[in-house]
Design a protein around this ligand. Structure first.
Ligand SMILES: [Zn+2]
Ligand SMILES: [Zn+2]
Length: 465
């Protein structure tokens, strides 16, 4: 009996010490590390794990974080089925949990070392003191044997409960110093409130969604001196095509500069539901400097989609000290002042900073780069795009109604007025003569454009959207 008890004590001590030393507890090595092979109809194989889905594409995360998009229909039937299951699971998870790649590690509980220290002390005692003492005070003592059993039980509990923390921490070693609290939907929503109901908002655990028709609450177009002949038409930035702001920002290892990236799509979404593009247009020119922008810092793209390239600082008039936009990495964009009303502190190369009592945020300014100098936060790049014309996903898409137009040399836009509730009249000037673009739409999305040049020659074009 005495020997059995002695063996139990030794066994308890050794097992407990071993569990404590087993970093990660019950960590299954295969989790998130095994890469799946996706088979395409062409015979091509893509190794990587399902990352996200959009429209009829799935995005696969390969080694080193490289994202590749695959059209679901290009997969062999068996993998198509799997992709559909993954999408269903992905949608379910996104409605209940934050994205796992955004989870910040929980700081390691220092108390987990207490049993380990006690056990080490006990092992030391076994070696230092004589067996007789151990027999007297532990093996033949009810209190001694009970304490050892209790310690054994507690140690196993603690060792097994830490697996989640250890797994997360081991994949991201720099996070303790870069912890960013999850942004509350209430905070983001408060910045959009003044612009409702033209803008509507919603959220899940991963994203805050902004829906709008892409037409701002201010006049447009006047002030443009370098015009591509595009005009504003409404866009369906709603439902699954809403703008998405990540609720849990994470710092990028190397922030991507807007000088050599993101010349496609938006980099931020303003609080009035209008996207903010890179300060540089898709030819790499400063859109504001070359006269492409109106008095509000915006103009229209090839889809006749209105967007800003400069900082819409005028939004502070309605929004006070609240943010004027949110970047697509999840960080807020403030106007000329700090959130507490003090004047703006100096900015880093990303065009933002952390001030006392705040998390990282950008500022809009009147000088280049106006809004975002580099993306401080992690973003996912559309794998079908390449730098500098790469774009961030998820991203709302525009829907054109007519073929893209060409620059009209020498034209300055002097007036832009609504005609009824379903049309606009734009007036431009070349020299001393006026030209006009009058356009309207009906309930069936038929758009009619009447283009009158400076010699009075009118052309009418109709398009079905
Ligand atoms: Zn533009
Ligand atoms: Zn600031």
């Amino acid at each position: 009996m005495k020997n059995i008890k002695f063996i139990f004590v030794l066994f308890a001590v050794l097992i407990s010490a071993n569990l404590m030393a087993h970093e990660g507890g019950h960590y299954h090595k295969g989790d998130g590390i095994n890469l799946k092979t996706w088979n395409l109809n062409t015979g091509e194989k893509v190794r990587g794990n399902f990352f996200l889905a959009k429209d009829d594409k799935i995005f696969i995360e390969q080694e080193e974080g490289i994202i590749k998009s695959i059209n679901i229909n290009d997969l062999i039937m068996e993998d198509q089925q799997l992709a559909k299951q993954k999408i269903a699971k992905f949608l379910a998870i996104n409605n209940t949990n934050p994205r796992t790649d955004n989870i910040q590690p929980i700081p390691v509980n220092p108390y987990k070392f207490v049993p380990f220290i006690l056990l080490s002390f006990l092992v030391l005692c076994l070696f230092i003191f004589k067996e007789e003492l151990i027999n007297t005070y532990i093996i033949n003592s009810k209190i001694g044997i009970s304490s050892i059993s209790f310690l054994f039980f507690i140690t196993i509990l603690i060792a097994c409960s830490k697996s989640e923390v250890a797994t997360t921490a081991s994949t991201n070693t720099t996070t303790t110093s870069t912890f960013i609290p999850k942004t509350t939907s209430t905070f983001i929503d408060s910045a959009y409130t003044a612009f409702k109901p033209a803008v509507s908002t919603s959220f899940d655990n991963t994203y805050f969604y902004v829906a709008s028709n892409g037409i701002p609450n201010h006049n447009m177009m006047i002030g443009i001196t370098n015009w591509q002949q595009q005009v504003p038409i409404s866009q369906a930035y709603s439902g699954s095509n809403s703008w998405s702001i990540p609720l849990q920002p994470a710092y990028a290892t190397t922030p991507l500069s807007t000088k050599s990236n993101f010349m496609k799509g938006a980099v931020a979404i303003a609080v009035n539901g209008i996207p903010i593009f890179n300060a540089l247009n898709n030819r790499g020119e400063d859109a504001l400097k070359i006269g492409e922008l109106d008095n509000w810092g915006g103009h229209c793209g090839k889809g006749d989609d209105y967007h800003y390239h400069a900082a819409p600082l005028h939004l502070s008039t309605l929004n006070g000290l609240k943010p004027i936009a949110f970047a697509l990495d999840g960080f807020s964009v403030y106007g000329a002042k700090e959130p507490d009303g003090s004047s703006m502190s100096s900015l880093d190369s990303c065009h933002g900073h952390i001030t006392t009592g705040s998390v990282y945020h950008y500022h809009g300014t009147t000088d280049y780069p106006y809004v975002v100098g580099a993306m401080k936060g992690k973003v996912t790049l559309d794998p079908s795009t390449t730098a500098p014309e790469n774009q961030i996903i998820p991203q709302a898409f525009t829907k054109p109604v007519r073929p893209a137009t060409t620059p009209l040399n020498g034209a300055s836009i002097t007036d832009f007025v609504a005609v009824g509730t379903n049309g606009y009249l734009l007036t431009y000037k070349i020299g001393t003569k006026n030209g006009y673009v009058k356009y309207s739409w009906d309930a069936n999305n038929k758009y009619t454009f009447i283009l009158t040049d400076i010699d009075g020659v009118a052309v009418t074009n109709s398009y079905q959207r």
